[in-house]
Design a protein around this ligand. Structure first.
Ligand code: ME8
Length: 664
């Protein structure tokens, strides 16, 4: 590949610093990093952006529960995220935090520009809100009355808010998908988006007034900008755009790198990136990103990993056990871009053993071991040093030419796969060369050549060919596993020499090698013993989480400590459910008449998914008496009933005590 191939701007989503990142987030960032390293090696001027999406109700809630200010909470989590990327040597060029001044002032300017274009108006928003996803949904979008993204319950929410005229862009968006089919990949997502637009695009709520952890709407301090307008803008604010007072000229990076070549995002946020984001840019009259790529999810036992559900795989633990390169290799090799994939320890360990310990590790240790043993580590290009060009029979010529032709052809195939983000196929191709090289050792049997002084030139030639193959491998794997690339080069005696992609397409360019056998690149794992150890570790973690509150305080902080006085403010009483019926306008709600001593009051609970009305009548339950009354879809609810929950299933908290008694 030629140098100076122009610019390449790649982004990851900016992650929510609600808690530490899990392996699903690592997956996306590892792909972006591999692509950024590959493009740099291929001669592009790369801009690789990642960061954190720090505003919103969810973050505010988590911070409150932890007894921290939102800023203190995000500062703590972001520190851990940056530390993780440092450990993994993620080669980003910039890390943007949405709480940074450079972002805040530009988001306000973006709001002003979209407003000036006539695309913002004030109205009242009423919709179903999913707090964990920070998404509003319409009735038709809900699946079984729940959030279509995460399947959790949603709440009805209504408030004054600003709206972006997304509906005005439906035709232009459809045209974008029709005339630029590569804009969104994979194709299945494109079809989903076109169908979504054809259903009728609604204007988008872009501000909230019910919480304040966000960027104030310019000119209306009672409102904060709703997180998606804030978050999506990061892709240009990090480049210094738009210019705001006193920052003219700071958009040099924008002029150089925008439009983005690719926004790499998870499948559930494709909608925001391929519909809302282009519409915002259209409104500002700015160029659109060239491509949005939606990747699949890593699943655990068939379910999505989720920070809020707590069923996550911690990348730090895997790195501690197997190393950064092993984790990166596994993520890139095991899963197919665009599809979901199941994560299990067994798949991980078998993959590491087969490909890394056996194939790659053995090739390196066999080659360096034999070079040391038979030639003191010194290997020369045939015809130089102490060695001449051996005369080869037909079989010898054939295996040599086959090895060489495989070796020099891999780079072009890898490039073709990388063009379509097929990391797994790119690595598979590199492993064709690694396996071919191992086979070459078996075919040429250097240990037999070493016994015959007349075969010294051939022995050197075989070791040279293997060293060349390994040198090429070290270049090919660099974008994916740069530590291993460097270690292979060190053991070949090439430490410090520049890794250049073009050199992967030339065989026989190195005059000599000084090989040294090092530690095993990837030690073989005893899968059974390791699986047991991993299970024991998981069991210990689960036990710690269930330990009494005081002991578990550090591992599972739960809700923040409160004073007795706070607890004492709640008035609990026993109530008897004397009547229960479905809410006429809300699938999820049951309306109870609850007798509490002399009083009977109406209480509404979102439990229609768990109980039939007839199953509720006659139960003596615990009532929170003094919760502020509120209207739920036109019906008043005064107080609250307590339920026990194990994440999915609900149960009444019942008592034998008669109604009207105080609970304390
Ligand atoms: O969505 N497998 O942030 P986020 C694969 N702040 N990818 C996964 C995953 C899994 N199990 N779990 C999460 C946000 N992800 C917004 C983005 S961008 C302007 C704003 C991916 O921290 C997920 O698909 O919830 C998403 O692309 C990314 O992690 C960030 O998720």
């Amino acid at each position: 590949m030629a140098k100076d191939r122009g610019k390449y701007y790649i982004t990851t989503p900016i992650y929510y610093p609600s808690s530490n990142l899990h392996i699903g987030h690592t997956y996306c960032t590892v792909m972006a990093d591999a692509m950024a390293r590959f493009k740099r090696l291929a001669g592009y001027d790369v801009m690789f952006l990642t960061g954190t999406d720090e505003h919103g109700q969810k973050i505010q809630k988590i911070a409150d529960e932890a007894g921290l200010s939102p800023q203190a909470h995000v500062d703590k989590i972001v520190e851990g995220i940056i530390e993780l990327w440092k450990t993994m040597e993620i080669s980003y060029d910039d890390f943007i935090r949405t709480t940074e001044e450079r972002h805040v002032k530009r988001v306000q300017e973006i709001f002003r520009r979209i407003n000036a274009a006539g695309d913002i108006y004030k109205g009242a928003y009423e919709g179903w809100y999913c707090t964990p996803c920070e998404s509003f949904w319409t009735d038709t979008q809900l699946v079984d009355g729940k959030c279509p993204d995460c399947g959790r319950p949603v709440e009805k929410a209504k408030e004054d808010a600003y709206f972006f005229r997304l509906s005005a862009y439906a035709d232009r968006l459809l045209e974008l998908f029709a005339t630029n089919p590569g804009f969104l990949e994979p194709e299945s997502r494109r079809n989903e988006m076109v169908a979504f637009i054809n259903q009728g695009l609604e204007d988008l709520c872009i501000s909230r007034s019910s919480f304040d952890w966000g960027i104030p709407v310019p000119g209306d301090e009672g409102q904060v900008i709703y997180v998606w307008l804030d978050a999506l803008s990061n892709y240009i604010t990090a480049l210094g755009f738009p210019a705001v007072d006193g920052t003219d000229g700071e958009d040099e990076k924008y002029r150089k790198y925008w439009p983005a070549d690719v926004h790499l995002v998870g499948k559930e946020i494709v909608r925001f990136h391929s519909i809302i984001w282009p519409a915002m840019l259209m409104s500002m009259n700015e160029p659109l990103p060239k491509q949005v790529l939606g990747h699949g999810w890593l699943l655990l036992d068939g379910g999505k990993m989720s920070k809020s559900k707590g069923n996550v795989v911690d990348p730090v633990k895997l790195i501690e056990r197997y190393g950064v390169d092993a984790l990166k290799y596994f993520l890139l090799r095991e899963y197919t871009f665009g599809q979901d994939g199941l994560f299990t320890n067994e798949v991980l360990l078998n993959r590491l053993n087969a490909d890394l310990a056996n194939d790659l590790g053995n090739l390196l240790s066999r080659t360096t071991g034999m070079a040391e043993k038979f030639q003191g580590g010194a290997v020369y290009k045939p015809g130089t040093g102490d060695y001449g060009e051996p005369a080869l029979d037909e079989a010898g010529s054939l295996v040599d030419s086959d090895l060489k032709s495989v070796a020099v052809s891999v780079a072009a195939t890898v490039e073709a796969h990388m063009d379509v983000f097929a990391f797994n196929h790119a690595l598979e191709e590199i492993w064709v060369l690694i396996r071919r090289s191992n086979k070459y050792i078996d075919e040429t049997a250097p240990w037999a050549l070493a016994k015959d002084p007349a075969a010294a030139d051939r022995l050197n030639q075989v070791l040279y060919n293997l060293s060349e193959a390994l040198r090429i491998v070290s270049i090919l794997i660099y974008p994916f596993m740069h530590y291993s690339s460097a270690e292979i080069r060190r053991q070949l005696g090439l430490a410090g020499s520049q890794v250049a992609w073009a050199d992967a397409q030339a065989f026989g360019i190195c005059e000599s090698y000084a090989l040294t056998k090092g530690e095993a690149l990837f030690p073989r794992i005893d899968v059974e013993a390791e699986l047991e150890a991993l299970e024991a570790e998981a069991a210990a973690a689960a036990a710690a989480a269930e330990a009494p509150a005081a002991e578990a305080a550090e591992a599972a902080p739960g809700k923040a400590e409160i004073e007795y006085d706070d607890f004492d403010k709640i008035d609990f009483k026993v109530g008897k459910i004397v009547e229960a019926r479905r809410h006429p306008d809300a699938d999820k709600l049951l309306i109870f008449q609850v007798k509490i001593g002399a009083e009977t009051r109406q209480i509404i609970s979102g439990v229609a998914g768990s109980f039939a009305p007839e199953d509720c009548v006659g139960r003596n339950v615990i009532v929170v008496m003094n919760l502020k009354a509120r209207k739920l879809r036109g019906e008043e609810s005064k107080g609250m009933l307590l339920f026990a929950e194990d994440g999915e299933r609900l149960a009444f908290v019942t008592t034998d005590a008669p109604d009207g008694e105080t609970v304390s």
